[in-house]
Design a protein around this ligand. Structure first.
Ligand code: AMP
Length: 283
């Protein structure tokens, strides 16, 4: 398992690599969700590259960049359980040298949902993902459905900018209590983990309603709102029932495939979760 910190050295290493290259970009504080992406890359590709880079461009001033968990030794240890050919570990001056002044901006999906609450977030994501794709030159890249909007925006980036990369989506990995795994779960106490598990319980109840034939988007949202709202420590940022492809909010009857997504604060910790539902396959 090789560790490389500079773009120049990475490119030199990359020149000697043949066959498919699976790429798993991460911000570190690795957990089962990240490791499932690495496992999927191992299954799909001859080579696997993991990047660990806490990207400042996707954090607003008021957000948690300085407190974001940093566990690099433990991360490297966890990766030894997989076939990782190279770990790319750049620092800020490598990725954003003095004078850096370019942003990659997707202008449609990025304005909705997470983009409304975090206006700078997705241009930070697309800028770093584009840079990493240019450096790593993978044949495949693996992204989690946990960040469903991010996944769609990366798919759009690849299409719009003609990257010859297959984007592979991987299912959400959860704690035993159903809480979606996240590096930010490290901020929570044991009692708070339990409280946060109500977010997924609410989504599951919404899904049950859909399966039972309830296709009114407001009723689905009300069900989810009620369950999350019953927990005093949880504060809803948004609850959305949106078209799965355009991410445009649906009012009234649901007649297409949907993404049901939520963002909820537990004290200062912002948690997101979602599920997709196919109306066409339920008919
Ligand atoms: P991050 O380090 O948070 O930027 O995440 C790196 C990648 O891991 C992204 O593609 C995420 O969607 C994915 N990921 C994070 N948490 C999970 C999870 N619980 N299940 C599946 N994928 C995840």
């Amino acid at each position: 398992m090789k560790t490389i910190s500079t773009i120049q050295k990475f490119r030199k290493w990359r020149k000697g690599i043949t066959g498919s290259i699976g790429f798993v970009p991460t911000m570190g504080a690795l957990h089962e969700g990240h490791l499932a992406l690495v496992a999927e890359s191992n299954k799909t590709c001859k080579n696997t590259v993991v990047s660990i880079y806490l990207n400042p461009a996707q954090f607003a001033q008021c957000e948690d960049l300085t407190t974001y968990p940093k566990t690099i030794e433990a991360d490297l240890e966890k990766l030894t359980n997989f076939r990782v050919d190279c770990i790319f570990l750049p620092n800020d001056s490598e990725m954003y040298p003095d004078g850096f002044s370019t942003r990659i901006q997707e202008n449609n999906l990025s304005c909705l949902l997470e983009g409304k609450s975090r206006p700078e977030f997705f241009s930070g994501v697309t800028t770093i993902v584009a840079k990493l794709f240019n450096i790593v030159e993978p044949t495949h890249a693996f992204f989690g459905e946990k960040d469903a909007q991010q996944l769609r925006i990366v798919q759009k980036l690849v299409k719009d900018l003609n990257y010859p990369i297959h984007i592979i989506s991987c299912p959400i990995i959860r704690e035993e209590n159903g809480l979606a795994r996240s590096s930010r779960n490290d901020y929570l106490t044991e009692a708070e983990h339990k409280i946060a598990s109500n977010i997924n319980k609410a989504l599951q109840n919404g899904k049950k309603l859909l399966i039972s034939g309830e296709h009114n988007s407001q009723i689905i949202k009300d069900e989810i709102t009620q369950i999350i709202g019953a927990e005093k420590l949880l504060r809803i940022d948004y609850i959305s029932v949106a078209d799965s492809h355009t991410l445009v909010e649906i009012s009234g009857k649901i007649e297409q495939d949907i993404l049901v997504s939520v963002a909820v604060y537990l004290k200062d910790t912002r948690l997101i979760d979602n599920f997709s539902y196919s109306i066409s396959s339920s008919r």
